[in-house]
Design a protein around this ligand. Structure first.
Ligand SMILES: Nc1ncnc2c1ncn2[C@@H]1O[C@H](COP(=O)(O)OP(=O)(O)OP(=O)(O)O)[C@@H](O)[C@H]1O
Ligand SMILES: [Mg+2]
Length: 413
């Protein structure tokens, strides 16, 4: 059977001078601290199921419903912070793990406001979730400001425990420390950027080798074929026809090697910069996919850092691939703009569109890597990618990348 105790845990009454002077006052404070300690111990061990908190409108009784001993032991052994709160964010109960997270003794946590551990922006985000908690629960990411001045990235899950407006604990909260998850994310991101760099330099190397070795070799063979054809006597007509067919095949092979090398890494990207290469990519894509492709935007643009130009070119390639594979578009507009120290590439199609908020697994086809790799490309140069699409209304992909411009400019489009 549970013992019920009623305790007063007023934090608001200031210490008053009494007839006995400071010693008496000190003794009184000590006694109240001991009482608070005992109450906390009793709450945590499940001996108490009711707490009285002194408030502005007099004492309020909070019933620790369902706080049976077994559950308390379970909650205390969790590796996550667990709290119950009023809708006004007053902490009625917190486990030891939460106290550890915010580096404060448990008694300084209880009956205080949860808001004091949050920034003003996070307070504004959490307030409506506590006042009107969603039945199915809600989650948001925040940064906890601990008692020792340190900061902790956390995931906060909120669930209603009782009808809003009811006295007592209305909210249950679980606080998950995201430090390790964030560190792993950062490590993965760094690895992914490194892989992209390695892939890019490997592509450049293979493109140069194809161009310098294979293309030049096939070109030399072509020249010899031409010379041989000219030298053949008139009676060797059949041989000349065969030789010219062989020359055509070689010509096709040379063009194919050039196309592959260009796809791997257009040398114009290094030599001339982004704008001419975007123009070439748009022309080629327009012809191949039979869509009307317009290139709009600036006529002159500063020569961008190589990493930014490469990222934007790869994003365009990936977007045009998606347009060709999924969009069923008739018209595509590619727009490159420079706004101050940022460059923006926006590609809009008038195709079938899609719902970007639906996880790929829920779409008919299994989700691919294109959109993800575009985001990573943009992030790798400090930018961001925005996907705007509605089923039936086309798609706009916008990459915004900050840069420190160099003096060179491109010729007119
Ligand atoms: N322009 C677009 N129009 C219509 N749907 C699109 C468009 N771009 C992307 N999608 C949808 O988004 C999904 C995810 O695109 P994503 O590029 O990430 O993967 P994928 O193209 O399916 O595969 P991968 O790029 O790895 O070859 C596509 O399968 C498609 O359903
Ligand atoms: Mg794709």
């Amino acid at each position: 059977m549970k013992t019920t105790r009623h305790r007063s845990s007023s934090r608001s009454a200031p210490a008053r001078a009494t007839a006995g002077g400071p010693f008496r006052e000190l003794a009184e404070l000590r006694a109240r601290l001991a009482e608070a300690d005992e109450t906390l111990r009793a709450i945590r061990s499940g001996e108490v199921d009711t707490v009285v908190v002194a408030g502005k409108q007099g004492p309020q009784v909070f019933t620790l419903q369902g706080a049976e001993h077994a559950y308390r032991v379970l909650i205390e052994s969790m590796n996550e912070g667990a709290l119950t709160l009023t809708a006004d964010a007053v902490i009625l109960y917190a486990n030891q793990c939460f106290a550890g997270m915010i580096k404060l003794p448990l008694e300084q946590v209880m009956s205080g406001s949860f808001h004091r551990f949050l920034s003003a922006a996070d307070q504004a985000a959490v307030r409506p979730l506590l006042k009107r908690p969603a039945k199915s629960g809600s989650k948001f990411q925040a940064v906890l400001h601990a008692g020792n001045g340190s900061q902790l990235p956390v995931l906060i899950s909120i669930r209603p425990l009782a009808t809003p407006g009811a006295l007592g604990a209305t909210i249950g909260m679980v606080v998950t420390d995201m430090t390790e998850a964030r560190q792993s994310e950062e490590r993965l991101r760094a690895l992914s950027h490194r892989l992209v760099d390695v892939q890019e330099s490997e592509r450049r190397r293979v493109a140069v080798e194809l161009h310098e070795n294979i293309s030049q070799l096939t070109y030399a063979i072509l020249m010899r074929c031409d010379t041989l054809a000219r030298k053949l006597p008139a009676r060797a007509h059949t041989s000349r026809v065969e030789l010219l067919k062989l020359r055509d095949l070689l010509d096709q092979a040379t063009e194919e090697v050039r196309r592959i090398a260009h796809g791997l890494r257009p040398s114009a990207l290094d030599d001339l910069g982004l704008l001419p290469v975007l123009r070439m990519a748009c022309e080629q894509h327009g012809e191949r996919a039979r869509v009307q492709l317009n290139l709009e935007g600036v006529r002159r643009i500063a020569r961008l850092p190589a990493a930014v130009e490469t990222a934007l070119y790869r994003i365009l390639q990936e977007v045009l691939k998606n347009v060709e594979q999924h969009a069923r578009a008739r018209q595509v507009t590619v727009c490159l703009r420079q706004q101050g120290d940022a460059v923006q590439l926006a590609i809009t199609d008038d195709g079938i569109g899609f719902d970007p908020d639906r996880p790929p697994a829920k779409r008919k086809r299994k989700g691919g890597l294109g959109l993800l790799s575009m985001r990573e490309r943009a992030a790798s140069v400090g930018g961001a990618l925005n996907v705007k699409s509605t089923p039936g209304q086309g798609t706009t992909i916008r990459a915004q990348i900050p840069f420190h411009s160099c003096a060179l400019t491109h010729p007119r489009l």
